[in-house]
Design a protein around this ligand. Structure first.
Ligand SMILES: NC(=O)c1ccc[n+]([C@@H]2O[C@H](COP(=O)([O-])OP(=O)(O)OC[C@H]3O[C@@H](n4cnc5c(N)ncnc54)[C@H](O)[C@@H]3O)[C@@H](O)[C@H]2O)c1
Length: 428
């Protein structure tokens, strides 16, 4: 893939979105300068390493550095000097009242405003509340610079693939010429492009994440119903998902949704709606069902451990918010672990990507070690390797053979034959 016209691009923020964006744009043939305030991160990147776990990312970093198309520094002004496009990829975490915290964006905009090239374009790739393009424009203080919204839809774990093969590219600009200029960045990528205004683009991003959260909460609620009426959620999902109006994607029950985006973006949309005078009660219900789901998993663990977790050991398999990522932000596994500890348990966790310690949780070297003396296992992340364990060895290490399979990853019949008390989600 090569860009039709190579552009000078600045990317500010080298996290999941910024780093993926920078390396993929360099891969497409653009000249990319990427800055991040984290010096350790920049040093690692310049040595060809990657601070995040994403398939294919390290190869693209090395190729980009070797070709001279990609460079990293801690200096945002160096990145934007002479750049036709500046892409903002800094965090927008949930603020204390649910409203997205815009301080990272505003700090960067204040800093780079005077250094931007004449007639250049600033692109918000961060997820920002409706109306933010105007806010950023004001903070930049540059009447010659247009601010465009180009929300990112990549999935962690598949970030490089999703950037290069997106379902859609949304460009929210105030005029067509600016939108067309931004679309040139993605020349070589085959995807529908939606040209719209900035507020609509910003709304598309929030509504998409809120809808995904809704789908998962809905299926978790149906799973709870399945348990009550004696139905099997796995077949319910197949039966529903074959209807193309519903679709099978994201129609999987689990421990509740989490990660760096769905929780903050759902809370953000509730607040954005509130601010605009609309009570988004549907989305409030979606969030409440998700909180309940964490508790449902804990109640299953209590049941299987014999009625109480006081003084019990619990093995936690998986701590990342989903498989194929090392991201722990708002992970359901950690929400559940916190509740298990509150219920009196000692939690020993294992995750294939875990390198550091976890507050209040023991970290085990492997899945077997996590089970030593445990009264119950909670499988919280769908890592493939959990399917292929020797469950007799697992059972022998435990004080009691019991497992809550919060991802419906394992075969209940096999586990029950091996003498395990088994509970999945929505499975009898
Ligand atoms: N992670 C995802 O899957 C995803 C997907 C779509 C959209 N988003 C949105 O993209 C934005 C970024 O998310 P992320 O997951 O990449 O965050 P991240 O925390 O992984 O990365 C942000 C990076 O910005 C850097 N940074 C912060 N302040 C800076 C400054 N003043 N100057 C230079 N660098 C600075 C941080 O050091 C960090 O490396 C958020 O708005 C998020 O909602 C994330």
């Amino acid at each position: 893939m090569t860009a039709a016209v190579s552009c000078r691009v600045a990317v500010v923020g080298a996290g999941y979105v910024g780093l993926t964006t920078a390396v993929c744009l360099a891969h497409l043939g653009h000249e990319v300068r990427c800055s991040d305030r984290d010096a350790t991160r920049v040093e690692l990147l310049n040595s060809g390493g990657t601070p995040i776990y994403e398939d294919g990312l390290e190869d693209l970093i090395r190729t980009g550095l070797a070709s001279g198309h990609l460079a990293f520094r801690t200096d945002n002004t160096w990145a934007v000097e002479g750049a036709e496009f500046t892409l903002l990829c800094v965090p927008t975490p949930e603020g204390p009242d649910g409203w997205p915290d815009m301080s990272f964006i505003e700090t960067v905009a204040t800093e780079i405003g005077p250094h931007l090239a004449d007639e250049s374009i600033v692109v918000n790739k961060s997820t920002v509340p409706v109306g933010s393009a105007d806010v950023v424009g004001r903070v930049l203080g540059r009447s010659d610079v247009q601010v465009v919204s180009n929300p990112e839809f990549l999935r962690e774990g598949l970030a490089v693939h999703d950037f290069l093969h997106p379902d859609r590219i949304v460009i929210g600009a105030l005029d067509e010429e600016t939108a067309v200029r931004v679309s040139g960045l993605f020349a070589g990528i085959d995807a529908p492009v939606i040209f719209t205004d900035p507020s609509t683009a910003e709304t598309i991003k929030y509504a998409s994440n809120a809808f995904l959260a809704t789908k998962v909460s809905f299926v978790n609620a149906v799973a709870a119903l399945c348990e009550a009426v004696g139905a099997d959620i796995r077949q319910v999902c197949i039966g529903m998902g074959l209807d193309p109006r519903i679709g099978s994607s994201f129609l999987r029950p689990g421990p509740g949704w989490g990660g760096s985006c769905l929780p903050k973006d759902s809370a953000g949309l509730v607040r954005i709606a509130e601010e605009a005078g609309y009570d988004f009660s549907l989305l409030k219900g979606v969030i409440a069902v998700n909180e309940e789901q964490y508790d449902r998993v804990v109640r299953k663990a209590v049941r299987l451990a014999g009625g109480s977790l006081t003084g019990a050991r619990v093995a936690l398999w998986g701590v990342t918010f989903k498989a194929r990522t090392d991201d722990l932000r708002c992970s359901p596994a950690l929400e559940i672990a916190r509740r298990l500890v509150q219920a009196g348990a000692t939690v020993a966790a294992y995750d294939p990507t875990l390198t550091g310690p976890l507050e209040g949780i023991e970290v085990a070297a492997d899945a077997y070690a996590a089970c030593e003396g445990a009264s119950v296992i909670v499988l919280a992340t769908e890592w493939e390797e959990f399917r292929w364990l020797d469950f007799d060895k697992v059972g022998n290490a435990m004080a009691r053979r019991a497992i809550v399979d919060a991802r419906n990853l394992l075969d209940p019949a096999v586990l029950r034959r091996a003498g395990f008390g088994y509970e999945g989600i929505g499975i009898l």
